[in-house]
Design a protein around this ligand. Structure first.
Ligand code: KG4
Ligand code: ZN
Length: 334
């Protein structure tokens, strides 16, 4: 078999990223230029600033990736790019760069869903076994996704309000921690105690949906009440109590869904997959199960283009091709 090479581009939020992937599973080169420092002082991602940075970085990042791979665009079988969801101005930079490269070199163009990318980050180190259940937890998404075969995604549960990462970032902001708050809370939680009795949002019996806005309000109210009583709560305990609530619900619902749908494999995906507590609890929960649990290495959890190449390679094999009219789609469905 001749090797297949995909050049992948990702610019949906605040990372300008490119990668070369061989046969959907080997990372030949992977470059991520993060903009976090530019957004930090605003406490979150500023869309206009993100777009400008992508414009400045995209050519440099793609060239650096090809140089690292010791290859040129002519060596590629196709060019994959995140078409959505995400920030429209940010997505447009990647989509147009991919279109320009594909058109100039007459290469097939493949549009990739950002969440499909996060899920396929797990296939870089391990083969998939179907049926497969993905717990997707990122800044914009919280979903349980059931897959019966490559490229087919059925959402069996999703958040009704905030995404898990969004809840982390909002609670972090309440504690005056810098953006992005997820890693900060995770760190604090390691040395705190789950002693504040925050609620667990189980919702209706049998539902695989999530809700985090009640928890977020409980955290804010608890801090406020303590302040009024002139008490000080330890940030570590607030972080540990908040994180315990999030993790318990995520882990339990994932476990129930895995059992109900009799899946062979569970994969963890999205930026919050980097969370130490979540990784630990899921590992414990599935330790005595015949279900295979796959957790990506940290560098594949947050946004990158290797995962877009992994998903794009499968789409390419399945014959999916985008036209020259490919557009950024901020609300793209999985
Ligand atoms: O997947 P991602 O990089 O971007 C989106 O597609 O949204 O996810 C970013 C999110 C942010 O909300 C960030 O706070 C969260 O992932 N995150 C974490 C951790 N690392 C990143 N949340 C909890 N614990 C972490 N260690
Ligand atoms: Zn993401």
């Amino acid at each position: 078999k001749i090797d297949q090479y995909i050049l992948a581009i990702e610019t949906s939020c605040d990372e300008t990223a490119a990668a070369v992937i061989r046969n959907g599973q080997d990372v030949v080169a992977n470059v991520v230029a993060s903009q976090i420092e530019s957004h930090k002082r605003f406490g979150g991602v500023v869309p206009e600033i993100a777009s400008r940075h992508h414009v400045e970085q995209i050519t440099i990042v793609v060239e650096e990736t090809l140089t690292k791979a010791n290859m040129t665009v002519s060596d590629m079988d196709g060019i994959a790019v995140t078409e959505g969801p995400g920030l429209v101005g940010a997505l447009l930079v990647g989509v147009n760069a991919a279109k320009a490269l594909a058109f100039a070199h007459q290469k097939p163009l493949i549009g990739v869903h950002h969440i499909a990318g996060h899920i396929y980050a797990n296939r870089i180190e391990k083969e998939f076994s179907f049926p497969l259940l993905a717990l997707v937890v990122s800044g914009g998404h919280t979903e349980l996704v059931l897959m019966h075969e490559h490229g087919s995604f059925e959402i069996i549960g999703e958040t009704r309000d905030d995404a898990a990462g969004e809840a982390y970032d909002k609670v972090a902001r309440t504690l005056d921690l810098p953006y992005p708050g997820g890693p900060q809370i995770d760190q604090l939680a390691q040395s705190g105690e789950d002693n504040l009795n925050f609620p667990r949002a189980w919702l209706e019996d049998g539902s695989f949906d999530f809700s985090f806005s009640g928890l977020k309000s409980a955290v804010i109210n608890t801090l406020h009440n303590a302040q009024q009583r002139n008490e000080t709560l330890k940030n570590e305990d607030v972080a540990a109590s908040f994180q315990a609530s999030v993790i318990e619900v995520l882990t339990e619902k994932t476990y129930q869904a895995a059992k109900q749908y009799d899946v062979k494999q569970v994969v963890l995906a999205g930026g919050v997959a980097a969370n130490k507590g979540l990784r630990h609890h899921l590992t414990q929960k599935f330790a005595d199960e015949s279900i295979e649990l796959s957790i990506p290495p940290l560098w594949l959890c947050t946004d990158n283009a290797a995962m877009i190449g992994a998903a794009g390679s499968i789409a390419f094999d399945q014959g999916h091709r985008a036209g020259w009219d490919l557009n950024a789609n901020p609300g793209l469905d999985l």
